[in-house]
Design a protein around this ligand. Structure first.
Ligand code: ADE
Length: 376
């Protein structure tokens, strides 16, 4: 099968590509973010494994889409996205490639939201498995992966002590929860900004302070956005921010911080460390933006470690196989990862960690499927 994968080009992704190739796929890879590529991993894929890879760390938007087009030129039968840029482009600009695609997979929350919007408008033309919805993906990758790699990115970029500082996190989905947990573990005072009352309540009972972004702005030493929505840090917040505040994003797209506003208001801008830009405002306050508002965990660190990406990419590989076997009987739409795949990945992961668990006795199994026994 010809597969076009558009993923963060990391060592973990390189091993997914090797896995697909070992399974017989004719695979090409392009980047799913202009700043997340590990150039050594890209080069090794080409030089040592013969896998065509279109990705350069720091590529401009034109090159980014030229690379996506190169992957589409491969005439994929299966797409594998992280953010839905390949699927979006095939449906909008490269419609000649549509007929050849039997189905695809999608890695991340933002991509799944885009695909569901396409499906709701009747635009989506082939079935896609939402890898993100697998429990062995979002409960671990989004929570523990994003949690650790986001703080890792902030720390590697700035070399700041987190203990005793106020870390504001916008968004309390699985990624926000993970980042909050790790900031808390490092000794930060964590403040959560959230629009969903249920998630906000969870944040309160997890022990965090919760408040509107306009109030949090004056307190943030470090501000991490991870909402998936636009202009989460906007004009009012910039006006209230402390001198020295560090702002960054760990959501998929670089839309969460209104960087255009910040650039317009700045009287001077300079790079003080790699991927750390200092914006000085007219009143003398300095705001530090990491990685141009792109994914801080992948741009300033190495993304999630292999021992959580293994589960995400097991879901990718097995979902790709599933779509190949089942696409002909699936209508266009967004489909969950089959539960048996999810459960098998959890079982295998426990195995690799040397963790053994109990199984239900026959008596216990029978009890759970019976309604006859109540209070005794
Ligand atoms: N997303 C987050 N971390 C990643 C990694 N290490 N490789 C690929 N995609 C990722």
């Amino acid at each position: 099968m010809r597969v076009a994968a558009c993923l963060h080009v990391t060592t973990e992704t390189a091993n997914l590509m090797r896995t697909l190739a070992a399974g017989g796929a004719d695979v090409v890879l392009c980047a799913s973010n202009p700043l997340s590529t590990q150039d050594d991993a890209a080069a090794a894929l080409v030089a040592e494994y013969g896998i065509r890879t279109y990705a350069i760390k720091g590529e401009d938007t034109e090159t980014y889409y030229a690379h996506i087009d190169a992957a589409i030129d491969h005439r994929p039968q299966v797409t594998m996205d992280d953010g839905a840029d390949v699927v979006g482009r095939i449906h909008a600009e490269r419609t000649e490639a549509l007929a050849g695609v039997m189905g695809g997979t999608e890695e991340t929350t933002t991509g799944v939201i885009r695909l569901r919007a396409m499906a709701a408008e009747g635009e989506l033309r082939f079935p896609i498995v939402s890898v993100n919805d697998a429990l062995t993906k979002h409960l671990f990758d989004n929570r523990y992966g994003t949690g650790q790699s986001t703080l890792d990115g902030v720390i590697r970029a700035t070399n700041r002590l987190i203990a005793g500082r106020t870390v504001v996190i916008s968004g309390y989905g699985w990624c926000g929860k993970g980042a909050a947990m790790r900031a808390d573990g490092l000794g930060a005072h964590v403040v959560i900004c959230e629009v969903d009352p249920l998630k906000a309540l969870e944040a309160v009972m997890d022990g965090h302070r919760v408040m509107p972004a306009a109030e949090a702005a004056a307190q943030a030493d470090v501000w991490i956005t991870v909402t998936g929505d636009v202009n989460v840090i906007d004009a009012t917040m910039f006006e209230a921010m402390k001198d020295g505040a560090i702002i960054c994003n760990s959501g998929h797209f670089n839309v969460e911080i209104n960087i255009a506003y910040l650039r317009e208001k700045a009287v001077s801008v300079r790079e003080v460390r790699p991927l750390v830009e200092e914006f000085t405002l007219a009143d003398g306050r300095r705001i530090y933006l990491l990685a141009d508002g792109r994914l801080v965990n992948l741009a300033c660190a190495e993304g999630h470690p292999a021992n959580v990406m293994d589960m995400s990419f097991a879901n990718q590989a097995l979902s790709a196989e599933y779509i190949v076997r089942n696409a002909s009987s699936l209508e266009p739409g967004v489909y969950p990862v089959p539960e048996d795949i999810d459960a098998e990945i959890a079982r295998l992961k426990l195995d690799t960690m040397g963790v053994r668990i109990d199984t239900l006795t026959e008596e216990q199994q029978a009890y759970l499927s019976s309604w006859r026994e109540g209070t005794v």
